[in-house]
Design a binder for this molecule. Sequence first.
Ligand SMILES: Nc1ncnc2c1ncn2[C@@H]1O[C@H](COP(=O)(O)OP(=O)(O)OP(=O)(O)O)[C@@H](O)[C@H]1O
Length: 311
Amino acid sequence: MMLEIKEVTKYYGNHLALEKFSTTIRSGEIVGLIGKNGSGKTTLMNCLVNHIHFTSGQILIDGKNLMENKSLISRFGVLIESSFLDYMSAYDNLKLLLELEQKQDKRKADQQLSEILKLVGLYERRKERVKNYSFGMKQRLGLAQALLNHKPLLILDEPLVGLDVMGRELVKEIIRNKARNEECAVIFSDHNLNEVKDICDRIIYLDNGTKMYDGVFEDHKKYAVTPERLDKELLAHAATIGEHVLAEPDILMLDSIAELNSVLQILVRKNISVKELEVIEGSLIRLFKGDMNNADHANDMQNRIPKTFTS
Ligand SMILES: Nc1ncnc2c1ncn2[C@@H]1O[C@H](COP(=O)(O)OP(=O)(O)OP(=O)(O)O)[C@@H](O)[C@H]1O
């Protein structure tokens, strides 16, 4: 399966929340959508699942226009602001959803529900009313909803929020397995690049509704050394390291700690001091650094408790 998002733009009134967003996601791929509060992550996901109408652009599933074939949305497993009937048990919530989606014989349905509840770690407490669930347990139940019926595309808005370390690791493992073993395409959002970089095949970084980065995670650093002077030996050594080591007439641009060490050894031996040493981080890290306001995020958590409907 292939999801193509082509120049999707969303205005809320005059406010531009998403600007000409394009990307393609394929089966088996895990894409992490990263950005600070208000960068447009939820807006994009809501556009994908038709919770909101986008202003312009196109979304295609295997070449078919989603807006002209809305039944294709049933191929998505979705976690965006989960809703539950909190006077019912977790088991009954999932069962109801399953029944609404497709008829299955009772034994098969029961088997699927048990499997999913075990997977998200709620099996032991499946018969309790959701009312008595903690925030993290509701998050897990929201994920369970998205996992029902083995959908080929998972769209998960902040599935890690509110979970403890074990819970986060469990959800990451579930995402990984879905992609690797079941060929699911997964797009999920989070604020924390460090938290998700290890499970993503690709990172998309949004800022103010604009895609700033779309590619593999790379934290490749470069080291810019400015010696007091550059002599023949240094230049000859630099030439053996690589072609582009001279960034400017007096700056050696080095690709690794090993290269840096080899240059420093010569400098020490020749008693040449270093005027400046700069560590230049990869473009994604540069974009990300300083951008994540965790204080805002913590406050924002208050508004993220999954909705429940009380009897
Ligand atoms: N229903 C709405 N009406 C008007 N503006 C909205 C609406 N929903 C979102 N916005 C605005 O659109 C922008 C993008 O919001 P969105 O919720 O998509 O961001 P986000 O990246 O998901 O943020 P967060 O990390 O806080 O969840 C923000 O400026 C937000 O204020």
